[in-house]
Ligand binder design. Sequence first.
Ligand code: NDP
Length: 503
Amino acid sequence: MSLPYPDRTLYYSGSQQPSTSNKTFQTIDPSTSQPLANIHISSPSDVDTAISSAQKAFPSWSATPPIERARILQKAAAILRARNNELAEIETHDTGKPFSETSGVDIVTGADVLEYFANLVGGGGLNGETIQLRPNAWVYTTKNPLGVCAGIGAWNYPIQIALWKSAPCLAAGNCMVYKPSEFTPLHSTVLAEIYSEAGVPPGVFNVVQGAGDVGAYLTQHPGIAKVSFTGQVATGCKVAGSAAGGMKYVTMELGGKSACIILPDADLEQAVDGAMMANFFSTGQVCTNGTRVFVPKTMKSAFEKRLLEKMQFIRAGDLMDPSTNFGPLVSKPHLDKVTSYIKHGIETDKATLLYGGLDTPSWLQTTPIKDYQKGHWIQPTVFTNCSDDMRIVKEEIFGPVMSILAYNSIEEVVARANNTSLGLAAGVFTKDLNLAHQVIAQLEAGITWINSWGESPAEMSVGGWKMSGVGVENGRRGIEAWVRTKSTLVDMGGEVATVFAKL
Ligand code: NDP
């Protein structure tokens, strides 16, 4: 049977390469369960070859002047922008996210980051420092690339994650071997071709394909200097543990259970809009989602009333229709997981179901989706009267499931927001800016917003606290994760200080 997209092979030495495993799997359109393409699965020896192609490319790429690397990466960003809609369509089919979303966010925010790091290194952003010690002695530092780095991506923002990792990696003079999630691999070789077309030399950006075992083999490989990983906390712990065995650098972008705090004076419209963005954008499959929505007891009924009115604006439908703003979940296993959490919320946690629940077919009856049962659809769901000990409140669901928690005082809400092992994101809605800063300062999270949710521009360094991660991506700090420092002490005094002098 011919599939909508050509086979996705591996990519190394500057071109597509068939796998030597002779094994493939199919990637599926989550809205219909139709296969989209055959994906080649990398064997261990394919991963070895991809790494060795990167090792061969490293001496020349790392010695290329930053301004020349920048020129090439800027060209790649321009190609990405020119092909935005075509790439967005690929992402829509692979992830199930509406085209209205992928065409406005996924490629654009990836290209922005590529441009940002190209401009940063091209403008001297990788310079070290000079420290004068004495009149005739000083220290200077240089920032050096790490070598061959591994990028391992999650399925929710496939091309954006690939770009957020490869942009600073390549800009700093490293080479990368990238493994996308097996659930959303379509973008990976297309991105590799775009890099090649822009002038990125063969071996600088490479792609291997497959499931967790391919990622695990890549992570422990002695040829890898750093692992940049995006995924679940449990997987991140395994990956970081394996990398530690080889003393590799790591960046870990992991899960969250973030607090979205509506402060007592908040504008109701803004608070409801913010909470909806923090829970239903991308069908709730965003790492920074504010799934614990804390609302003052005095505002709870007004908040819920307005929320219920606005829930009608969530529109499932044909994913390419510009008015559709809600898609299916990414895969059948994920649909099963999210469904089991909703079931648990109703039956075991005994939270009050304010909207949605398990009867997705009835919800979809009002939409134009035909054969919806073939896709991984689930309706958006809101639980209220939740308490901190409920499983739906404690664990990352990674689906469109909001939990409303009522609170009495600022002190109480801060303590409850922080009462989690995760610390990815948090945010407050309020008109009182003094209070906003006071609360934000006390929240244990790496990414925070005031009167906004989810925006993550290239200039903003983002990374989780606590179990949500190690290190940051993007912003000026983001480039530091891809270099190591060499310090050199220069002494022009003529004599080496020694304790071994003649008495
Ligand atoms: P997973 O942890 O399941 O997978 C992430 C990647 O790791 C995939 O490519 C996966 O391959 C691969 N992998 C699986 N096992 C191993 C292993 N032992 N060694 C190396 N690689 C392995 O995460 P999901 O794909 O389910 O992504 C969702 C998670 O990602 C959520 O928790 C979300 O919060 C988090 N996330 C965090 C972000 C952040 O910036 N903090 C951003 C986006 C998502 P395969 O899929 O093929 O099995």
